[in-house]
Design a protein around this ligand. Structure first.
Ligand SMILES: [Zn+2]
Length: 405
């Protein structure tokens, strides 16, 4: 902890870091303009292409090497360090949760900007470019290369597909020493835990029949109810936090018919990969037992209840230890700007590297924001607050990448 504070203090006192902060201050309005420009390019889930190509050109204009788009649509470029090509990733996600047709024009009220996706995570794309300009103008050299990444598929059913591809098949995957996702404004909340999730759509089918005339036949709704209750009874420890939820349900055709199909969607989560695997196993056992119990309880002469379980989401759990160098450097940098750092668990792009044992954190883009994932989403680009937050995140990145004094 003391070492981390000293490292951060040394960076913050260095004339080149001070010069970088002056560039961030001088270019504050440009960063706001870039934020607005990128926000107004719609980027719905699975339709990030327009924003990706705009961001690709911005990365190129910032003089990065190896600017490219990969097979799933991520865009990236490299700022070379003095070392041997070991790489620290600085990412922000290109996608938003908002569907095609959402009005993404930015409305400005004083220092507050309103638009869907503006804080989560469009501002971070612009801030990462500002970091680049500031480092270049100040002549900052890092030991590791910095790979700037605009990734697809962070939100919802995107299921982290951009960063998953980057680490599973991307050509840089074996050279990554650390990973930052700059995601949303607030800098005091440092995400060190990746909440894993497994989501399923479970369809129960049966022969169906008249509710009165065919009474006595197996009923898939009863099987689903048994499966729901089995899930409700499963252990869910508070630490590591583990949760389960039957969240969306449907099925049936008529109030006077035994349904021939009903379905439910289920969300299982845990901060611990082992707990998540335990929960998944017990849930699947519970579904099988529920189907068997319904088939034993009523007649199967017209057919038995069957079940189909389709995975619809899979985010691996992981963590960067809170006492690790990376987490301690981030906390020290945040504290040095006068914030109180808090370590949290969440589901972000950092889940993927965390699950692979690669040090990874979610850090902030600076400033304040709120109402993420709603049409009322806003950020406050008041200059002083933005600069403090950006200073904390830049110092963290430089400390982890090896600031060459
Ligand atoms: Zn986000």
């Amino acid at each position: 902890m003391q070492d981390a504070a000293e490292t951060i203090a040394r960076i913050r006192a260095h004339p080149r870091f001070r010069a970088a902060l002056e560039v961030l201050a001088a270019e504050h309005e440009r960063t706001v303009e870039d934020t607005i420009r990128l926000t107004e390019i719609p980027s719905p889930p699975f339709q990030e292409a327009a924003r990706a190509s705009a961001y690709l050109e911005m990365l190129r204009a910032h003089g990065l090497a190896e600017v490219e788009q990969d097979a799933v649509g991520n865009v990236m470029g490299r700022r070379r360090g003095s070392g041997n090509g070991r790489t620290v990733v600085v990412a922000a996600h290109l996608d938003t949760v908002f569907p095609e047709g959402t009005d993404v024009r930015v409305r400005r009220q004083g220092t507050k900007l309103f638009a869907p996706g503006i804080g989560d995570d469009t501002r971070s794309l612009a801030v990462n470019l500002a970091f680049l300009r500031a480092m270049d103008a100040a002549g900052i050299v890092t030991r590791c290369d910095l790979l700037f990444l605009g990734d697809v598929g962070e939100e919802g059913l995107g299921d982290l597909r951009g960063v998953r591809h980057f680490f599973q098949e991307g050509r840089h995957r074996d050279r990554i020493d650390a990973f930052f996702t700059v995601d949303s404004p607030e800098v005091d909340r440092i995400v060190t835990g990746g909440v894993g999730s497994k989501r399923f759509r479970v369809v129960f089918r049966g022969p169906g029949g008249h509710s009165f005339g065919a009474f006595g036949l197996v009923n898939p709704a009863y099987a689903m109810a048994r499966a729901s209750l089995a899930l409700a009874g499963l252990a869910a420890p508070g630490a590591p936090k583990t949760t389960h939820c039957v969240s969306v349900l449907g099925g049936g055709t008529s109030v006077n018919a035994i349904p021939n199909a009903v379905w439910m969607e289920v969300d299982l989560r845990s901060e611990s990969a082992a707990e998540l695997a335990r929960l998944e196993g017990e849930f699947l056992d519970g579904v099988a037992a529920a189907v068997a119990a319904e088939n034993a309880a009523r007649s199967t002469r017209e057919g038995a209840v069957t079940v189909e379980i389709a995975p619809i989401g899979d985010r691996p759990a992981g963590a960067t230890p809170r006492d690790s160098t990376m987490a301690q450097l981030a906390a020290a940098a945040v504290a040095a700007e006068g914030y109180i750092p808090v370590f949290e668990s969440s589901s972000t792009d950092a889940n993927i590297p965390m699950s692979l044992g690669i040090p990874a954190l979610r850090i902030g883009s600076g400033g304040r924001g709120g109402r993420a994932h709603s049409l009322e989403e806003w950020i406050d680009v008041e200059k002083g607050e933005c600069l403090r937050g950006m200073a904390a995140s830049l110092a963290t990145i430089l400390a982890v990448a090896g600031f060459e004094a």
